[in-house]
Ligand binder design. Structure first.
Ligand SMILES: Nc1nc2c(c(=O)[nH]1)N[C@H]1C(S)=C(S)[C@@H](COP(=O)(O)OP(=O)(O)OC[C@H]3O[C@@H](n4cnc5c(=O)[nH]c(N)nc54)[C@H](O)[C@@H]3O)O[C@H]1N2
Ligand SMILES: Nc1nc2c(c(=O)[nH]1)N[C@H]1C(S)=C(S)[C@@H](COP(=O)(O)OP(=O)(O)OC[C@H]3O[C@@H](n4cnc5c(=O)[nH]c(N)nc54)[C@H](O)[C@@H]3O)O[C@H]1N2
Ligand code: SF4
Ligand SMILES: [Mo]
Length: 693
């Protein structure tokens, strides 16, 4: 049997940010097995349940296999099969008509979590079409960490797990479950095994707490206060790196004065973490050299994301952990194509002035549109109307805050096209649905532009179904119809060649190598200073006045006011078995997690008369949903953790597969947004529960 199997190497993708090296067994154009590759650069043989199930995506009987045109009313679930030629003409015709009537800005292009190279081809498509509006989930995913980093110290400080650290802080990062941005937990766990100490900051007792020296069970939504408490302890006890602070930081005395108020006792009241634990953790972090902070999504899941990221970067700076091996580094890219030339940024020089978010005065360098501002444009015409939307690799109805508002906006559009691999609630509202080829089915490149200093080869291992096209091909052909055709390629494959050409490689040669990484170069600031106006890591921002930012990291309030009518606090975490709203249709994964689970402490359950497995109604000021009770003492009795991304592929198309029933974003709102990034509150929401009767 094994004899006829051809084993090929590629990297896992599109089930999170990707990164595990895979050995893929292929027979007759079918993937028969997937194993972790022990030689994997990031993964060392590791593979998670999603990776194992990943080939099932290709062969699922309900996968989208043909372009579809809406037949009944929008959302009615009636479709007519059309050819690719007809589909491209429909999409092109509608987008051009909107452009003619309202200008190119009235068309927005949507993308979700960056999944592969098509992410950048979409930005190129928008640029060539003349629209400055690429809508993405960056407001709640990495932009606050990345761009706040650039403003503070000139780069995005990512965790370096390739060199030994004495101590790691997992700050709202469930790395053994989410492996975010390719920080596959293999390298991290290897270090833990070699004696790296651990501090975990998480409202839940996650797996890594077992290995931790200190666990800070934080009140959701109060990370900025905790970070200010750390700064208070480290500065008042003189535990900072004096030489580094003296030579390489700006605004230390202002920061020191500012954090005096944030004593562990005061911070304890806000965060629910005992003051002694705050002291202990801050001391441990400051005294271990080098120490690394692996920070996660909760940093950017509330309106104070800018201040939270600022405070944490200040911590990295004053302890001398910026850009050192085993600390938080500036990852250097290999010699590959620059993103600007790839997306042809030169053709749209006034983008930053014309994009929707310019009106909302977001932080400079945020070049995508926050979903909240996109919907304001569609629904209220602010700052101008948006009428058309081309969306791929995303499922906004589930993943944008305030799903009802998303529904209204999608319904109001003159034209909606969605490219996906499966009929999702969002695709179910489209005028045209385009069937995409996906991972394993075309040559792709992983991790471009993600900021970790490497790219990974994802060569094709099987042919896609006949009418499933890679997004890159779809856009390459659409591009020729809606923008100057000479700026597109004869064959979309040229995009992957373009990326590695500056390295002197063909794509095939790159595949042989498997990955390309930039040089291990640290402390670049010693030569050229930090890439900020002062040349220093800016504890107080020198650009604050110019950009209307607060110079020092603030704690002003809780993200949402306490409310006696909603006595519990709701947060969420990603499921180990799914990616956001994706793949609940894969039986192999669904078996592992059949229902959306609401984690609650048994004490809470008893108080509300709820048993394990009961259906529970969860309500916030903004909406109500139902999930299934899972009792666990790993969570504080005052806190609940609900599942995010749930819809029911087994449900009916005319209700868009019950997108309202258990969807976390029915409980969120865009009423309050962080000004810098347009971020809504997704964690730390006052709520109440009752057993469903
Ligand atoms: N309340 C709440 N909201 C959140 C979050 C949260 O934690 N809580 N998390 C936020 C974060 S961090 C992010 S990144 C976003 C993610 O938001 P999205 O990116 O919108 O979510 P996904 O479920 O990843 O959507 C992926 C869609 O892409 C499709 N897809 C997969 N592969 C391909 C492909 O090759 N081609 C095409 N065309 N489609 C493909 C899948 O079938 C799926 O429908 O959600 C954000 N929203
Ligand atoms: N399996 C799986 N992997 C994924 C994804 C997925 O959907 N599923 N999504 C991918 C994407 S796009 C991203 S951005 C990353 C995100 O990866 P992570 O940053 O790890 O994301 P989360 O699971 O949202 O949150 C991490 C932890 O934060 C805790 N938490 C909740 N509220 C708070 C809070 O207020 N403060 C603190 N300190 N902690 C809190 C949760 O309990 C959880 O353990 O994961 C990627 N990997
Ligand atoms: S951890 Fe991510 S990259 Fe690795 S196998 Fe799982 S889904 Fe794939
Ligand atoms: Mo994300």
């Amino acid at each position: 049997m094994e004899d006829n199997i051809r084993w090929m190497k590629t990297h896992c993708a599109r089930m999170d940010h990707g990164g595990c090296s895979l050995l893929v067994g292929v027979k007759d154009n079918q993937i028969v097995r997937v194993k972790g590759d022990p030689e994997g650069y990031l993964s060392k043989g590791y593979i998670c349940p999603k990776g194992v199930a990943s080939p099932d995506r290709l062969t699922h009987p309900d996968r989208l296999r043909h372009p579809l045109k809406r037949a009944g009313k929008r959302g009615e679930g009636k479709w007519e099969r059309i050819t690719w030629e007809e589909a491209l003409q429909e999409v092109a015709g509608n987008l051009l008509e909107i452009k003619e009537k309202y200008g190119p800005k009235a068309v927005a292009f949507g993308v979700g979590m960056p999944k592969g190279l098509e992410h950048f081809v979409l930005i190129r498509l928008a640029n060539l079409f003349g629209s400055p509006n690429v809508v993405a989930s960056q407001d709640v995913c990495h932009a606050p960490r990345e761009i706040t980093g650039i403003h503070t110290c000139g780069f995005y400080p990512v965790a370096d797990f390739h060199h030994p650290s004495k101590l790691a802080v997992l700050w709202g990062s469930n790395i053994t479950s989410t492996n975010e941005e390719g920080e596959i937990n293999s390298l991290f766990l290897e270090q833990v095994k070699n004696g790296m100490e651990l501090i975990v900051i998480d409202p839940r007792r996650i797996d890594t707490v077992k290995k931790a020296r200190i666990w800070l069970q934080i009140r959701p939504g109060t990370d900025n206060a905790l970070a200010l408490g750390f700064l208070n302890v480290i500065i008042s006890e003189g535990l900072y790196d004096k030489e580094f602070v003296e030579k390489w930081t700006a605004g230390f005395s202002d920061l020191a004065e500012h954090v005096k108020d944030f004593t562990p006792e005061r911070v304890s009241e806000i965060t629910w973490v005992a003051s002694e634990l705050i002291r202990d953790a801050a001391r441990c972090y400051a005294q271990a050299k080098p120490a690394v902070i692996q920070w996660g999504n909760p940093i950017e899941h509330n309106i104070f994301t800018f201040d939270t990221a600022r405070a944490i970067i200040c911590l990295m700076a004053i302890t001398g952990n910026l850009d050192v091996p085993g600390g938080n580094m500036e990852a250097k890219d290999p010699q590959i194509v620059g993103l600007g030339p790839f997306v042809r940024a030169d053709l749209i020089p006034d983008k930053h002035k014309n994009m929707i978010s310019a009106h909302h005065r977001v932080i400079p360098r945020l070049m995508t549109i926050a979903p909240a501002y996109f919907r304001k444009a569609v629904l209220e015409g602010i700052p101008y109307p948006v009428k058309g939307f081309y969306a791929m690799c995303c499922n906004p109805l589930l993943t944008y805050a305030d799903s009802r508002q998303t529904y209204e906006a999608l319904m109001k559009l003159d034209f909606l096209a969605v490219a996906d691999i499966f009929m999702t609630p969002t695709a179910a509202l489209a005028d045209i649905v385009l069937p995409a080829a996906t991972h394993f089915e075309f040559d792709d490149i992983g991790h471009l532009g993600i900021g970790h200093g490497y790219i990974l080869a994802r060569p094709k291992v099987v042919e896609p179904p006949e009418e499933c096209w890679p997004d890159m091909k779809i856009m390459n052909e659409l591009g020729k119809r809606i923008s100057p055709p000479e700026l597109w390629h004869d064959d979309y494959h040229t995009f992957v060649e373009d990326v590695v050409k500056p390295a002197g490689l063909t794509y095939a040669e790159f595949v042989e190598k498997g990955y390309l990484k930039g040089p291990d170069r640290f402390k670049s600031y010693e030569k050229k200073g930090f890439k900020t106006p002062t040349g220093k890591a800016e504890l107080a921002l020198s650009t604050a006045e110019k950009f209307k930012l607060t110079p020092l990291p603030q704690y002003t309030d809780l993200p949402e006011d306490d409310d006696p009518a909603y006595p519990l606090l709701l947060t969420s975490a990603k499921s180990r078995f799914f990616l956001h709203s994706s793949y609940r249709w894969l039986e192999r994964l669904r078996k592992l997690r059949p229902h959306p689970l609401l984690e609650m402490n048994p004490v809470t359950a008893q108080k509300y008369g709820i048993n394990e497995g009961d259906e529970v109604v969860i309500e916030t000021k903004y909406g109500r949903i139902t999930q299934v009770a899972r009792l666990t003492d790993s969570i504080d009795p005052r806190v609940l953790c609900a599942a995010h991304g749930w819809w029911f592929p087994e449900g009916r198309p005319e209700t868009q597969y019950d997108w309202e029933k258990s969807n976390f974003n029915m409980l969120t709102s865009t009423g309050k947004l962080g000004r810098e990034y347009g971020t809504p509150n997704l964690k730390g929401l006052p709520c109440r529960i009752s057993r469903k009767t």
